[in-house]
Design a protein around this ligand. Structure first.
Ligand code: SF4
Length: 97
């Protein structure tokens, strides 16, 4: 019998069918420059968000669709994030829960 899998091992089994259009966008990128803590970066388990060259880079391709960034941005950030699920059949496909 196999041992328990770690979270990383479980996530590593997931598959992604990436849409060509990002499902995570910003209503106004300038709002992110005034966002003091940028909580989206800290809460995302997939490390989708990165602050680079004075702008927020969003690697939507690896999104796990938890919605944590949406809540963090609305409650602790500046509300710039426009969050939506990918179109049906696109995005993450969980294999091991
Ligand atoms: S939390 Fe919202 S406003 Fe702040 S950096 Fe992230 S996306 Fe921008």
């Amino acid at each position: 019998m196999a041992g328990r899998l770690s979270t990383s091992e479980r996530l590593g089994a997931d598959a992604f069918d990436t849409d060509t259009s990002p499902h995570l966008t910003l209503s106004d990128p300038a709002l992110c420059r005034t966002c003091p803590d940028k909580p989206c970066i800290a809460v995302c388990p997939a490390e989708v968000y990165h602050w680079e060259s004075d702008r927020l880079r969003i690697s939507y391709e690896s999104c796990l669709e938890t919605g944590a960034c949406r809540i963090a941005c609305q409650s602790l950030g500046r509300g710039a994030l426009v969050w939506a699920f990918p179109p049906a059949g696109k995005g993450v496909q969980y294999r091991l829960g």
